[in-house]
Design a protein around this ligand. Structure first.
Ligand SMILES: [Zn+2]
Length: 280
């Protein structure tokens, strides 16, 4: 169709009806009768909206349960309490302080950490043993908190449609139904899977900012990354981490550019003596 004809047709559509076209009251009635609500459209809108916070937390709780089924919490109540205290303090600096945050150290020699939607965060024993002070822990937890507040994993779950984010199955049957468990079962695999590189760099930046806001030395996370970078590439303990995250050297480079010299004058605390030491 020639552009001039298009304009004509448009003009006709807009104005050539009759005066009624401008009576919005009647127009609304007309729309209601002639355009019944399309259920597919309603679902699509819901899906685009994503899950609400209660759904997000329910999804995370299931995934966390599955993770703990594979690698249980280290049986050291003082350690778990300590990690929760530090984690909650760092998370309280974020834009989602009111999520029901949970932190834990899990039984695994791997060097890694995981975040599930809704505020469930786990550090492996292998990674915990690398920490030198509380600022290191704050930085590591800050990175994972960054994944949660930016909903990095939730977005992947949503895209992969592993979870019915229309919410019906979840909100009504959560906890009990096998079907829901089945849907989210693969979620544990998802939180251990690679995210987009930029999501990792973003989580690093957030980790540094949150730890600094919480009063810690800003260089905790970079310090841990440096240590992890020293592992041999074929070391089994870092295999999964190296597979799912950009190499620590790349992360350090990006973080260095982002931090520039802005953190140099901030005098945060390292709290070396306060780090809870696990008996060897
Ligand atoms: Zn990460």
């Amino acid at each position: 169709m020639k552009p001039s004809i298009k304009v004509l047709v448009l003009f006709w559509l807009l104005f050539a009806g009759n005066a009624q076209a401008f009576d919005f009251g009647k127009l609304e009635d007309k729309l209601k009768t002639e355009l019944p609500v399309n259920p597919k459209l309603v679902e699509a809108v819901k899906e685009a909206r994503g899950p609400d916070e209660a759904e997000e937390i329910a999804i995370g709780r299931q995934i966390a349960g599955n993770l703990l089924g594979a690698s249980p919490l280290v049986k050291d109540a003082k350690l778990q309490k300590y990690v929760n205290r530090v984690g909650e303090w760092v998370a309280s600096q974020s834009e989602r302080p009111d999520l029901p945050w949970h932190f834990g150290v899990i039984q695994s020699d791997d060097v890694n950490a995981f975040a599930a939607p809704g505020g469930y965060i786990f550090v492996t024993l292998g990674l915990y043993r690398l920490l030198q002070d509380e600022a290191d822990l704050a930085g590591v937890l800050g990175h994972e908190i960054g994944h949660v507040i930016r909903q990095h994993h939730l977005k992947i779950l949503q895209q992969s449609k592993l979870v019915d984010l229309g919410g019906k199955a979840l909100s009504k049957e959560i906890g009990g139904s096998d079907k829901v468990q089945q849907l989210i079962g693969s979620g544990a695999e998802i939180v251990a899977r690679s995210l987009d590189k930029n999501a990792e760099f973003e989580a690093d930046r957030i980790g540094v900012v949150l730890a600094t806001r919480a009063g810690y030395d800003s260089f905790g996370l970079p310090g841990v990354l440096q240590q992890i970078g020293h592992f041999a590439k074929d070391d089994g303990d870092v295999a999964l981490l190296f597979k799912t995250h950009p190499h620590p050297d790349d992360r350090l480079e990006k973080l260095g550019t982002a931090m520039d010299d802005r953190f140099d004058r901030v005098k945060g605390k390292t709290l070396e003596k306060r780090l809870y030491r696990i008996k060897p």
